[in-house]
Design a binder for this molecule. Structure first.
Ligand code: NAD
Length: 530
């Protein structure tokens, strides 16, 4: 029985812990790091709550120590995918009828566990599997993950409360149905929290989900699955399908019951998914919802009035935190000529102090990049710059994969605003800078707007309010998340709903009401009292 209207959950962002030497959180985290490294876990496929093992295995390695294996996972094939579709559809009948506050409470309980007893486990897994420093793991697999789970519950209350007008003789209501069919959630390697939201958002509104985690984040994704299970998520609501993306995608994407895809990853993969759906559009029972957050080529523009310290810090953190592997990472900068020498001095002083290495050492600012493929790709961009007459390596440029996939923070100065590294997503610790003449500010805004196919994030640094205002206007479509006097990364759930347009995605703003609405197909019900 649900004869009550629960009070709205009072959302507050999860506090970021400090991990000072000797603190309880530090000890717990160090113990978890040691525990994870001491074992190799076996990760099954999970369908309808049942663990399946195909024996066709993939390996979870530590990117900063790539000889070290911490997990082996079983890859799903056609049979397991088909079973998962059956189980998801079966589970949906009960799940969508469950009182919505019971659904929400499962995710609120998961948030409570992640905030407390599971925090160290989730962070340690993310540090080791994705090579995040303790701080980068804390803001991802603890804080953002908890925030997504809690904020979605808050948003759900708001959505369900929004009802149409009734009269004395006509009672109207909107019934917020989940979609008919199942959702395919496909997550990237770079944020454990994103995976949790790609599955959690459709599920909290009553959908059931097939989850394909990124192959190099299977370890931490499996932990998120276990967290949901511990919080009481019924079998079959989320089905965990690690494996070869094509083996899984090729079966799922053409199934007539595909109701939506919830994707975060690269633009090309998303385009291919969209093409597959387009080619099969006559075969689905309903038009699949296509939600995807994809690549970026995020910019920083510095006006002559910019605060040098704030700008240098913004460039450093924006470009190099998590080795530049945030979709929002700053990777191209346009700096006014009159302030360049001061900015250069300040930025170089800062970057010289950046320590790169094993994330077990809490003084390191950067770990390794995710895998060999990524390492090779980043290295090739750096080599390209080294060999070009249009570019100069101002800092860094060394790459070493003998122990882990380490790339130095690298700053390129170019004389060509259309230089390759000013235009293409590199997804590594590489920042390219172009210097413009002070009186060409308006031109540079327009050039910035037209340079890249993406539209994810960007920052303007200026003290001059007119300059800020012009930048806001000229760059209106260049970024879904626009920042003033601060780096273009670090969006916080509930504060800066995240997502971009153009080739950066469908801009459905993860961690907001807008995103949840995509997993809902409302039914309007009119009842006459006459
Ligand atoms: P990726 O595109 O390589 O992989 C993403 C996911 O798609 C993985 O799970 C992968 O296995 C899967 N996949 C690949 N081919 C597939 C296919 N044919 N069918 C089904 N699934 C398939 O991306 P990645 O390397 O994991 O992540 C980095 C990319 O993600 C960058 O481009 C980054 O900008 C983007 N990203 C965007 C956001 C955002 O919010 N805009 C956030 C995080 C990451």
């Amino acid at each position: 029985m649900s004869n009550f209207i629960p009070n709205k959950h009072n959302f507050m962002n999860e506090r970021v812990l400090d991990y000072l030497p000797g603190s309880i959180e530090r000890k717990e985290l160090e113990a978890e790091l040691a525990r994870i490294k001491a074992t190799v876990i076996d990760i099954p496929i999970i369908v309808g709550g049942k663990e399946l093992r195909t024996g066709n295995k993939g390996y979870c390695i530590i990117p900063h120590n790539h000889k070290k294996v911490i997990g082996e996972y079983h890859k799903a094939g056609k049979n397991e995918v088909e079973m998962a579709i059956t189980e998801a559809l079966k589970a949906k009948a009960k799940w969508e009828r469950l009182d919505w506050h019971s659904r929400a409470n499962i995710f609120l309980k998961a948030a409570e566990l992640a905030s407390g007893p599971w925090r160290a486990r989730l962070n340690a897994a993310t540090m080791l599997a994705q090579s995040k420093t303790y701080r980068q793991a804390e803001i991802d697999s603890a804080c953002e993950l908890v925030d997504f789970l809690r904020y979605n519950a808050t948003c759900l209350h708001q959505i369900y409360s929004e009802q149409p007008i009734s009269t004395n003789t006509v009672i109207n209501r909107l019934e917020y149905r989940p979609l008919e069919g199942f959702i395919f959630a496909v997550s990237p390697f770079n944020f454990t929290a994103i995976g949790s939201n790609l599955v959690g958002a459709p599920a909290i509104v009553g959908n059931t989900v097939l989850w394909k985690p990124a192959s190099n984040a299977v370890y931490s994704s499996y932990l998120v699955y276990q967290l949901f299970k511990e919080a009481g998520l019924p079998d079959g609501v989320i089905n965990f399908l690690p494996g070869n993306p094509k083996d899984i995608g090729d079966v799922v994407m053409v199934n007539e019951n595909l109701a939506g895809i919830h994707f975060t990853g690269s633009t090309k993969v998303f385009q291919d998914m969209w093409t597959t759906i387009g080619n099969n559009i006559g075969n689905y029972r309903t038009f699949p919802r296509i939600v995807g957050e994809t690549g970026g080529k995020n910019y920083v523009i510095a006006h002559p009035s910019a605060d040098i310290e704030a700008l240098s810090l913004g460039l450093l953190e924006g470009a190099f935190e998590y080795q530049g592997q945030k979709c929002s990472a700053a990777s191209r900068a346009y700096i006014a000529h009159s302030i360049w020498s001061e900015v250069k001095e300040n930025l170089l002083k800062k970057v010289e102090n950046v320590k790169v290495g094993d994330v077990d050492d809490f003084t390191n600012f950067m770990g390794a990049v995710i895998d060999k493929k990524s390492f090779d790709s980043i290295k090739s961009y750096i080599e390209y710059a080294k060999n070009s007459p249009e570019a100069e390596i101002l800092f860094g440029g060394r790459c070493d994969d003998s122990v882990g996939y380490f790339v130095e923070p690298t700053i390129i100065l170019t004389s060509n605003p259309h230089f390759k590294t000013m235009e293409e997503e590199i997804f590594g610790p590489v920042l390219t800078i172009f210097i413009y003449e002070d009186d060409e500010f308006l031109d540079i805004l327009r050039l910035c707007d037209n340079t890249s196919k993406y539209g994810l994030t960007g920052s303007i640094f200026a003290k001059d309010r007119y300059a800020i205002s012009v930048a806001e206007r000229e760059l209106v479509n260049s970024a879904g998340n626009f920042y003033i006097n601060v780096r273009p990364t670090g969006a916080v759930v509930g504060q800066q709903p995240f997502g971009g347009a153009r080739q950066s995605g469908t801009n459905d703003k993860a961690g907001s009401k807008l995103n949840l609405m995509r997993w809902i197909s409302p039914r309007a019900i009119k009842e006459s009292l006459l």
